[in-house]
Write a protein that binds this ligand. Structure first.
Ligand code: ADP
Ligand code: ADP
Length: 231
């Protein structure tokens, strides 16, 4: 359902060319939970941004749910992104002067859902992350782990098929990081495909597959022991 073949991505700034991805190959099937690890500067974020249709690429083939992305213009790409993809980041990117309810509402308004539908989705997704009782609170009234849960609720409210996470636990202490990871596993069990970039090898080991990126390429793929018994 996500299929990248020989993806090449070059950043050009001034006269300098950076080959961020070269011959990047990866297939991610529905229901997978992939952790992406690798050294700083190896191309992990670039991969995630291309997967999330935030960035274009120079060469290669990328199919998302059977759609050939290289044929899509900007408008088509943002429509696909809004329909299919949710994002979470290391910095939770919540709007500080909006309460939790309104933070989760932002992308739903953008997508034009009616008020009743938005309310239902907001309440369900805040319920899912255990913060329904605090929907009137401001982000600053929450711990970092709770703020990341709100960001997850905001991503889930759009009912994405893919959840893309860039260092989602990078600002959290280890117990909060584990609780966010447990939530992501639950979301994956409920059917959302997850791709997570992380430096945390303990968390990565809990995903279904580990993709190791080096020098802009996938250099190794391992299946987690935990899921080794699965068909
Ligand atoms: P990682 O996420 O593994 O740390 P990145 O994907 O962020 O790696 O970066 C891969 C390479 O591309 C690095 O050399 C980085 O400096 C470069 N790069 C990333 N984004 C840009 C950009 N917007 N402009 C120029 N170079 C970039
Ligand atoms: P608007 O007038 O922009 O459509 P609403 O009338 O939907 O906004 O909501 C007004 C305020 O009430 C919002 O700031 C939101 O925080 C809050 N709110 C709306 N619905 C709920 C709800 N079910 N639970 C908690 N707060 C809510």
């Amino acid at each position: 359902m996500l299929n990248m073949t020989n993806i090449k991505k070059i950043y050009r700034t001034d006269s300098i060319e950076t080959h961020a991805l070269r011959e990047f190959n990866l297939q991610v099937d529905e229901g997978d939970f992939v952790a992406v690890t690798g050294p700083s500067g190896s191309g992990k974020t670039t991969f995630l941004n291309i997967a999330g249709l935030l960035e274009t690429f120079d060469e290669g083939c990328f199919e998302l749910d059977g759609v050939d992305i290289s044929n899509q213009n900007d408008t088509a790409r943002s429509r696909l992104r809004n329909q299919k993809i949710g994002f979470i980041f290391q910095s939770f990117n919540l709007i500080p002067d909006l309460n939790l309810f309104d933070n989760v509402d932002v992308p739903l308004r953008y997508r034009g859902f009616n008020r009743q539908e938005r309310k239902k989705r907001i309440e369900q997704s805040l319920e899912m992350v255990g913060l329904a009782k605090r929907m009137r609170h401001l982000p600053a009234q929450l711990s970092g782990g709770q703020q990341q849960r709100v960001a997850i609720a905001r991503a889930l409210a759009g009912e994405p098929r893919f959840l893309l996470a860039d260092e989602p636990t990078g600002n959290l202490d280890s117990s909060m990081a584990q609780s966010v990871m447990s939530l992501l596993k639950e979301i994956n069990t409920n059917g959302t495909t997850i791709i997570m970039v992380t430096h945390d090898t303990e968390l990565a080991a809990q995903a279904k597959r580990n993709i190791y990126v080096r020098d802009g390429k996938v250099s190794e793929i391992t299946h987690s022991d935990q899921y080794a018994g699965d068909a």
